[in-house]
Design a protein around this ligand. Structure first.
Ligand SMILES: C[S@@+](CC[C@H](N)C(=O)[O-])C[C@H]1O[C@@H](n2cnc3c(N)ncnc32)[C@H](O)[C@@H]1O
Length: 300
């Protein structure tokens, strides 16, 4: 198996903004394979991790990777947006940092069975949490044409989405939309795709849009950040990494609202005027990092 997770994105920047050398609790909202968590535990003997992920298989891998530090780790299969319900488990007055590294990992993307990649043939699944009923297939087979078009436009930032949705609906009636390859081919035909340097494959955008809809990735992210920041103690640092503009915009606005002194005392101080992005060296070493944007704020 490929050794995933050893290249957590923006690692030094994350540790720096979290001030992760302070003893205390760090909440890893998206523990994935535990890449960031491992470095926090390895470098700081006084750190404890409470980790969440929707993906059972990723959590199993994280547990293996973090095994040497198991006495300082608690992992839960849960949506981080429900984190405040874990108030019996999380000692908020001891929480020094919260990390939210959004999206999916290469471990998920590179497994054809998960259906996240348009380059690998697999089922149209795309669920992070496989206990969930809604899959990409269900959406493609049951959503009305107009709703499909809207999702591709909104979450994939694509043009001509009505034509794409129309083709999907006619293909599904014929039973011709069976897997990721069928969908990729349909997208390529619709957009008359010819590979060109520096152009994003339209299927990447279609798959992104479907993944966001399947996992409801943007839903309540801003409300969550608001409630989380209010719940945290002064000095707690919140660090987010997003991989597309819609997500980044939500985080940016949430931090701005929390930092504003218009209707209340500011809840946070923004630590990143502009988002922090990977260096060219990091992008060369880990191409997945190319669109990453880190934002950080401190509870005041
Ligand atoms: C980019 S990866 C995290 C990688 C991790 N920081 C590491 O170093 O290994 C994102 C992870 O977040 C999980 N995830 C995404 N949205 C989530 C949510 N709302 N609640 C819990 N986990 C989520 C995904 O399943 C995935 O494993």
């Amino acid at each position: 198996m490929k050794d995933y997770g050893h290249t957590p994105v923006l690692l030094e920047e994350v540790l720096g903004f979290l001030q992760a050398s302070r003893p205390g609790v760090y909440i890893d909202c998206t523990v994935g394979l535990g890449g960031h968590a491992l470095e926090i535990l390895r470098r700081n003997p006084g750190a404890r991790i409470i980790g969440f992920d929707l993906d059972e298989t990723s959590l199993q891998e994280a547990a293996k990777r973090l095994a040497d530090y198991s006495s300082r780790v608690k992992l839960f299969q849960a949506d981080f947006r429900n984190l405040l319900e874990f108030n019996r488990i999380i000692p908020f007055d001891e929480v020094k940092g919260v990390l939210i590294d959004l999206g999916i990992s290469s471990f998920q993307l590179d497994n054809p069975e998960r259906g996240f990649s348009f380059n690998l043939e697999g089922p149209l699944d795309m669920r992070m949490d496989r206990r969930q009923k809604t899959t990409a297939e269900k959406i493609l087979m049951t959503y009305p044409e107009a709703r499909l078009a809207e999702i591709f436009k909104k979450y994939g930032e694509l043009h001509h989405t009505r034509l794409l949705a129309k083709k999907i609906v006619s293909q599904r009636k014929l039973g011709l939309l069976r897997n990721t390859t069928d969908l990729k081919k349909l997208v390529e035909e619709t957009y008359r795709w010819v590979p060109q340097k520096n152009r994003v494959h339209p299927a990447a955008k279609v798959f992104q849009a479907l993944r966001i809809e399947v996992n409801q990735e943007l839903k309540g992210l801003d409300e969550f950040l608001e409630k989380l920041a209010i719940r945290c103690s002064p000095g707690t640092r919140i660090v987010t990494i997003s991989f597309h503009s819609l997500e980044d915009r939500l985080v940016k606005r949430a931090f701005q609202n929390l930092a504003s002194s218009e209707n209340r005392k500011p809840v946070v101080r923004i630590l990143t005027k502009k988002p922090v992005t990977p260096t060219p060296e990091e992008i060369a070493a880990n191409s997945r990092s190319h669109s990453a944007k880190l934002r950080a704020a401190e509870r005041v």
